[in-house]
Design a protein around this ligand. Structure first.
Ligand SMILES: NC(=O)C1=CN([C@@H]2O[C@H](COP(=O)(O)OP(=O)(O)OC[C@H]3O[C@@H](n4cnc5c(N)ncnc54)[C@H](O)[C@@H]3O)[C@@H](O)[C@H]2O)C=CC1
Ligand SMILES: O=C(O)C(=O)COP(=O)(O)O
Length: 322
């Protein structure tokens, strides 16, 4: 087990908390950090994967083209939840075990989603900008209380978002293909259809994973079903939204505003027209970036790789043997 090389691509080395680094070092691992502060490109992965035994992965693309170049790679521990950037079938074919950390960053994402809801309904970034520029523009906003918040997806993050919103005096509705009725009851959420979430909500918050069947689920037709006074929040994945349709909906006034943390292509390019649409708040895929998340997720990912190296079944294995 000595001398295993662990590549940390999850944005930067500082993400792995001290205890997790120590755990890997105590077990004889060498840690290779990501010097770029962003996901690695194929070219950058190609340079390094040849000698790597395990990866603590961010949102870089892990597919057969990479696996072919990584003969020693035994495990990928995703530093988060979404694994749309990892080809699980190809991983299985190459004998690479893949894990993730369900709920590890859910609280951070739920808190940001609620924060963005208030920020967009009260135009907080515009108020800040205007006041700093010498203005005294007391824009009129809308309250959450008395309105309906619709959750698209009712998994771990949406459930925590609902739990937090209970104190805001809102109606909560949600759509999920495999709904958890007990959790819905616990958090006072009415389960309904995708269409009804769109038509009835004052705030639509996206929490679906990126899958073939959710690709561009928010398109022109979906935005046209929303109230013109409603806002859209996306802290899930860029691919579930047709970005150009969102830009059209904002520009035409079909919806009143949006806040997005995720993009169809990341990092989002400065000349992407979505960045210049009216009443849009943007953050750079930051929903999970909290010290608390890093503590929780670091230990789980480090332990998963050690388990894989030592032949034990890791927690949250996504590639069980057929
Ligand atoms: N912005 C960020 O930094 C972060 C983004 N995320 C994204 O948020 C997503 C959701 O995360 P969690 O709530 O933890 O996942 P989860 O797996 O707990 O919830 C996903 C829900 O979607 C439902 N679902 C799956 N396929 C569906 C379909 N075709 N139609 C309708 N419902 C469907 C599932 O039944 C499940 O309840 C992740 O997949 C990830 O992409 C997660 C963490 C951080
Ligand atoms: O957990 C997820 O799915 C996330 O999107 C968090 O991703 P990150 O590792 O913060 O780039």
């Amino acid at each position: 087990m000595k001398g295993k090389k662990v590549l940390v691509t999850a944005t930067n080395y500082s993400r792995l908390c001290a205890n997790a680094k120590q755990l890997l070092l105590d077990n004889g691992c060498e840690i290779i950090e990501n010097p770029y502060g962003r996901p690695l490109t194929f070219g950058e992965l190609k340079e390094v994967v040849g000698s790597v035994d395990g990866v603590i992965a961010g949102v870089d693309t892990w597919n057969e083209d990479v696996f072919k170049l990584a003969p020693q790679l035994k495990g990928i521990a995703r530093f988060g939840v979404g694994v749309d950037n990892i080809d699980l079938e190809a991983a299985r074919k190459y004998g690479i075990q893949v894990t993730n950390v369900p709920r590890g960053n859910a609280n951070a994402v739920a808190e940001l989603a609620v924060g963005l809801m208030i920020a967009v309904r009260r135009s907080i970034p515009l108020l800040d900008q205007s006041t700093k520029n010498g203005g005294w523009d007391r824009f009129v906003g809308s309250e959450l209380a008395g309105g309906t918040v619709g959750l698209l997806g009712f998994g771990n993050i949406a459930q925590l978002t609902a739990k937090k919103l209970r104190g805001f005096d809102v109606e909560l509705i949600a759509y999920d293909k495999y709904p958890d009725a007990a959790k819905a009851e616990e958090y006072g959420v009415k389960l309904t259809t995708f269409e009804q979430v769109l038509t009835d909500s004052d705030i639509v918050s996206m929490h679906l994973p990126s899958l073939n069947e959710t690709y561009h689920i928010m398109n022109d037709g979906a935005f046209s079903m929303m109230k013109s006074s409603a806002v859209f929040i996306n802290t899930a994945r860029g691919a579930v939204v047709d970005e150009q349709a969102l830009a059209r909906a904002l520009t035409s006034g079909a919806i009143a505003g949006a806040a997005i943390d995720v993009y169809e292509a990341e990092p989002v390019s400065a000349d992407n027209p979505i960045l210049r649409t009216r009443n849009l708040i943007t953050t750079p895929h930051t929903a999970a970036e909290t010290y608390e998340t890093y503590e929780r997720v670091s230990m789980v990912t480090a332990q998963a790789l050690l388990d894989i190296f030592e032949g034990r079944e890791p927690q949250h294995l996504l590639t069980p043997r057929a």
